[in-house]
Design a protein around this ligand. Structure first.
Ligand SMILES: C[S@@+](CC[C@H](N)C(=O)[O-])C[C@H]1O[C@@H](n2cnc3c(N)ncnc32)[C@H](O)[C@@H]1O
Length: 225
């Protein structure tokens, strides 16, 4: 009998948790944010649900669209932390109307109950990388989109990526669609990684999201060859 009650209590807790998570999903779907990532943010959510990362780093949070999707997945996982790095200052890469984005990011995280899963780091990626010494399981690079900027972010953070860790770059298919922005360097840099043998899988939606792993050729999956 005692076991039956314990079981029932556990099921009720699970049910309450699932309803809370559904409410957050609904909030994200209906509210939307000023961002170019659109529904592709659910790719980040799915990756984090599957990877069960301990440590995630996001370079470029703005108002928190990607931040909330990653944060929700961490809350659903009951583990892991996202370090959300952004100076929240005018740069060449702010979304329209999203320059002083810190108060909006903070409000969005609070609205969706994700503050505990996300540590906001108000800094450039370069500043944040200075004292960084933890392995990273999931990395989103969506900050400075110039060639030099995106290369710097990879150079600073990829040494910390775990072998099966995944880095996601946003805005990787601009060149394929003839988008005209001369300072956009993400497609060129990710193409360099692909040619250097890094596993790259690209989703051609919402300006392109590419998933990259750090070991050229990929992690060996069998010792029998
Ligand atoms: C396109 S927005 C990010 C969008 C966000 N990931 C989303 O899902 O809505 C680019 C952001 O990168 C930030 N940024 C620009 N240079 C940066 C740098 N050096 N380090 C960290 N963030 C940077 C900008 O402040 C801006 O908020």
């Amino acid at each position: 009998m005692k076991k039956w009650f314990q079981n029932q209590r556990w099921k009720n807790r699970q049910l309450r948790h699932q309803f809370r998570m559904m409410a957050i999903r609904l909030g994200l779907v209906t509210r939307g944010m000023n961002t170019g990532m659109g529904e592709s943010a659910w790719l980040l959510h799915g990756l984090v649900r599957s990877l069960k990362p301990e440590t995630c780093v996001e370079i470029g949070s703005a108002q928190g669209w990607s931040t909330c999707h990653i944060g929700l997945a961490l809350r659903e996982n009951f583990q892991g932390q996202l370090y959300a790095v952004d100076p929240h200052l005018p740069t060449a890469w702010n979304d329209v109307g999203a320059v002083d984005s810190l108060p909006i990011l903070t409000r969005n995280l609070r609205r969706f109950g994700l503050e505990k899963c996300v540590s906001i780091i108000r800094a450039t990626s370069e500043e944040a990388a200075r004292d960084w010494d933890r392995p990273i399981d999931f990395l989103l690079i969506d900050g400075d989109h110039s060639y030099e900027g995106v290369k710097k972010d990879w150079t600073l953070f990829s040494p910390h990526l775990s072998p099966f860790g995944v880095a996601v770059f946003h805005d990787t298919t601009w060149d394929l669609h003839g988008a005209n922005r001369p300072d956009m360097g993400v497609p060129r840099f990710v193409e360099e990684l692909r040619r250097a043998g890094h596993p790259v899988i690209t989703i051609d939606r919402d300006c392109g999201l590419s998933m990259v792993q750090k070991i050229p050729g990929g992690v060996p999956l069998s010792a029998t060859f």
